[in-house]
Every structure is written in C-alpha cells, then in structure tokens.
Design a protein around this ligand. Structure first.
Ligand SMILES: Cc1cc2nc3c(=O)[nH]c(=O)nc-3n(C[C@H](O)[C@H](O)[C@H](O)COP(=O)(O)O)c2cc1C
Length: 314
C-alpha cells in the first residue's frame, strides 16, 4: 500500500516555503509515496466566525460540523487532508509567527477536532504524521513563535510532528535556492516523514535534533510561567505548545533545563487523552454557561449597556 503524503503551504508562489516543501515532498515521492500538494493562496478560505457551534455540538455529544462548511474550500481540503498518512506544512513567518493565511486555515480545524470527535464516537481514531517548515527573512530571534504556532495548530487533528525545520535569513523570493544546506534539510524532513510512516504508529518518535528546543516532549522553544488551570492544576513552568508542566533545573555544566514533572504530561495537548481534558473543560465552562438560565439572563441584562455604546469608526 502506498503512503499518502500531502504538502500544505501558505508561501508566495514559486518562493521559499513552496520550494522547501517541494524538496521534502520529492523525498517522499522517491520512496514511493503518493504525493499531493496545495498552496492555500489558491483557495477561498473564510475566517472562523467564532460561532462555536462545533464545540457546542461536541459538548452535547453531536458532530454539528462547521457553520461555514458549504461556504468556502475548507471542507473540500479537509476531506483530502484528513485522509493522508502524513502532511508537511510550510509557512512564511510574518511578525514572528506563521502568516495569517496559514493561521486562518488552521484555526478552522476546530470543527474537525479529532480528540473531541473521537470522544463522542463521531469518528474513528487515526494516526497521522506531521512535519513543519517555517521560513523567514531573519534569524530565530525574529521567528520566535513560528514553528510553535504551526505545531500547536496541527495537534487539533492529532498530527504527530516528527521533525521541524526553520529556514532563516531568506527574505527575497526563492532566495533559499542559494542554500544547498537548506534544500538538503528539507529533503531530510521528507525522509524523516517516510521513516516515521514505516514505523508502527505506537513506536513513532521525534526524528529531528534530539536537543532541539526547551521542551523534551514536543521540542518547542517556548516556555511560560504556569498559572492555575481548569480544575486547579498548576505547574511552576509550562511548555507553551504542548502544555507539559515542570520546572527549570540547572545541569551540572551550569545550563538551564526544562524538567517535566511526574504528572507533567497529564494534559499533553499532543495526545487525544490530554486534549480530552480540554473537551471536558469546554463542556463545563461553555456548556455550563448555556445550560444555566440564570447566567444567560444575567448576561442578557448587562449586555445592552455595551451594545448601546458606539464610538467613532473609520
Ligand atoms: C508582512 C511581513 C512580515 C514579515 N515578518 C517577518 C518576521 O517577523 N520574521 C522574519 O524572519 N521574516 C519576516 N518576513 C519575511 C518573510 O518571512 C520572508 O520574505 C519569507 O521568505 C517569505 O516566504 P515565502 O518566500 O515562502 O513567501 C515578513 C514578510 C512580510 C511580507
């Protein structure tokens, strides 16, 4: 059976993100994968309206789908994307994070949340491999949230990210072609995706640099101070991407290290079990609001004060 591998990019046509993605996909094709590739610029994609009908439905045990389902190309793309064994995402970095086109597309994934839909029995669980390529004109310093934002948007559909690559200092169109080492690294991304696909799902592991990033769980480079979470759980330090909890410790050679606590992966967002806790949180906090007539009435009474206020627009 041929593995299906898809490339999804949000970069300029014939430019850096597209080129690196094609290089990665070529490696997959060479190993026999059936390859599909799209550039999100070719599609009509609407912004999530924030209607939350998808999560409201899920918290009531129903798969209501997206309210924009027949209004743009998202559902058509998702039918193909969710039928892949692996997807490689590439996006240009704008203002330290992935471009708004990439984020617009990925934020619409909530209606297809595999942990929530699996939990209510609407879909069967499926293992998927993912890999990420971020491209920017500057160094990591100016791409500090690029891979992190990309990665967290892929967890919604349970992509197990096995490798990620940040191409730095390639601002001009197709400038990456001057860097054979970057093309080689993109090719390695493709080979690592194939390596993961050829490994039983339960044994798939991170295949990038073992030392990459702060977080030993998801390899993000982004930590934050922990605050009390839903249900009272709190860690001194959290990974901003996967939510692993732990603390900073000094190693013998005087460097700081993020050490995950014994219960630090209880709410690991990269797992369906971890995101299932978030599903319970939504059912409690959002579902609890809609189910409580007192709360709804209080909001209805207080809202007119603000709907009546208008300020000069432009
Ligand atoms: C609006 C805008 C914001 C940008 N912000 C950043 C940035 O914060 N960091 C960075 O490294 N590059 C930034 N860039 C540069 C792009 O990431 C760079 O041109 C990249 O090569 C684009 O990828 P592409 O050729 O695949 O479209 C920005 C470019 C634009 C147009």
């Amino acid at each position: 059976m041929k593995f299906k591998v898809m490339g999804v990019t949000a970069g300029r046509k014939n430019s850096n993100s597209e080129i690196l993605l094609k290089e990665a996909l070529l490696a997959c094709q060479e190993q026999g994968a059936e390859v599909t590739m799209i550039n999100l610029k070719d599609y009509n994609l609407l912004d999530c309206t924030g209607c939350t009908s998808c999560t409201m439905g899920m918290s009531l045990g129903k798969n209501t789908g997206c309210s924009l389902k027949d209004k743009d190309d998202k559902d058509k793309i998702m039918k193909v994307m969710l039928d892949q064994d692996a997807v490689i995402f590439s996006a240009p970095t704008y203002a330290l994070m992935p471009s708004s086109l990439f984020l617009k597309f990925m934020h619409r994934n909530l209606a297809y949340e595999s942990a929530f839909l699996t939990k209510i029995g609407a879909i069967a669980p499926r293992d998927r491999v993912g890999a990420l390529i971020a491209v920017g004109g500057s160094t990591r310093s100016w791409q500090s949230m690029a891979l992190e934002c990309m990665q967290v948007t892929t967890v919604t559909n349970s992509f197990k990210v096995v490798d990620m690559f940040m191409a730095t200092q390639v601002p001009a169109p197709a400038q990456v072609l001057l860097h054979d080492e970057m093309l080689a690294r993109a090719n390695e991304i493709g080979r690592n995706v194939m390596k993961a696909l050829n490994t039983p799902a339960a044994e798939r592991k991170w295949l990038g640099d073992p030392e990459a990033g702060w977080c030993p769980n998801c390899h993000s480079n982004c930590l934050c101070l922990g605050e009390k979470q839903w249900g009272g759980l709190q860690y001194p330090i959290e990974c901003a991407v996967c939510g692993a909890g732990g603390d900073l410790e000094k190693t013998e050679d005087g460097k700081w290290k993020f050490v995950i606590a014994a219960n630090g992966l209880e709410r690991d967002r990269t797992t369906e079990e971890g995101r299932g806790v978030h599903c319970d949180e939504i059912a409690d906090v959002q579902g609890g609001f809609f189910a409580d007539p007192e709360k709804r009435k209080a909001v209805e009474e207080r809202l007119p004060k603000y709907t009546k206020i208008t300020f000069k627009g432009i």
